[in-house]
Design a protein. Structure first.
Length: 323
């Protein structure tokens, strides 16, 4: 029978669809590429999450007809090589929008209301922490959304509807009219906009241009006491500079849900930095999102195997010359 290798686990609803389509679904014993390259050999399909898929693993599977990318970001996948060998990659641009947007808002609240610190205080018997006078509202604050794609747009909608926030948007690829329709003001100069924002929320894909877009100059160019929330890609932020800005109290706080290398090492300086809220890449990890994304991934994998062009191809140019 035809094998679909799951490089990382997906929701049971997606697995059921794959099996109903006649595929044998097998979970990789480990998600590292050395192991995957050994276990992917007989597969006609593979599904990955943030582990990606490298050149060696692709070349190890001569019958591989499709790679399912469970989510939006594809930077861990060797897209260029897949395109070269005619391997279609499908992705799910809508599956995690609501969950990640909600999570971004929750991180803003955690920093504003010192949720992490309050929990720690109660556990230490410091009930007087309630008198710290270090809590603020989100109502009426200015939010700068950096990258106004689907998640950035949804985050802005929630911020406006729930907290009447003023929303600035930095996205050089979108016209001001598009942003205005979503209730956001377009800013063309990121550096100038940083000084206006109480909160900066990152929603960019990782590219050579966006890597460490939040460098030391930009972190120190933010309004003093502002907040930074990153639910996109860890490498968008210069880690050393962020630690410095937090320890200097240039920023009120920051939240990081993703990291340049995952899992985050326990000895990483982030783990020892106060005012930093850490989470293990859970922005899109709600039950609803995981099911939705797994189903969308499985449906498109099956479509490719049946010769039907799927709606969301990372590398659409390969379709007419696919394996």
């Amino acid at each position: 029978m035809s094998l679909c290798l799951l490089i990382q686990p997906i929701h049971a609803s997606g697995i059921a669809l794959l099996e109903d389509a006649g595929l044998t679904v097998c979970q990789a014993s480990k998600p590292d590429m050395e192991t995957v390259a050994k276990e992917i050999v007989p597969a006609v399909a593979a599904i990955t999450r943030n582990a990606g898929l490298n050149r060696a693993a692709m070349d190890a599977a001569p019958d591989l007809k499709v790679l399912g990318n469970h989510g939006i970001g594809t930077d861990p996948v060797d897209v260029a090589h897949a395109t070269e060998i005619g391997l279609p990659i499908i992705f799910t641009p809508y599956g995690n929008v609501q969950s990640v947007a909600e999570f971004a808002i929750s991180q803003m609240l955690a920093i504003a209301r010192r949720t992490r610190e309050a929990d720690r205080a109660v556990r230490a018997g410091n009930y007087d922490y309630r008198y710290a006078r270090d809590f603020v509202e989100l109502q009426g604050k200015t939010l700068l959304v950096v990258g106004f794609g689907r998640i950035g747009c949804r985050t802005a909608e929630i911020a406006k509807a729930a907290f009447a926030m003023r929303v600035l948007a930095y996205d050089p690829y979108l016209d001001a009219s598009v942003l205005a329709a979503a209730g956001a003001e377009k800013v063309d100069d990121l550096d100038a906009a940083l000084d206006q924002a109480d909160i900066v929320s990152l929603h960019l894909q990782l590219t050579p241009e966006t890597r460490t877009i939040m460098n030391r100059d930009r972190l120190y160019g933010m309004k003093k006491g502002a907040m930074l929330v990153n639910t996109a890609r860890g490498a968008l932020v210069d880690a050393d500079a962020l630690i410095e800005a937090l320890e200097d109290k240039q920023l009120r706080g920051a939240a990081m849900d993703t990291f340049e290398k995952e899992p985050l090492a326990v000895e990483h300086p982030y783990a020892k930095t106060d005012r930093l809220v850490l989470s293990p890449h859970i922005g899109g990890a709600t039950e609803e999102c995981l099911e939705r994304t797994a189903v969308q991934t499985a449906e498109q994998v099956i479509q490719v195997l049946k010769g039907i062009r799927p709606p969301y191809l990372v590398n659409p140019t390969v379709w007419d010359r696919r394996r």
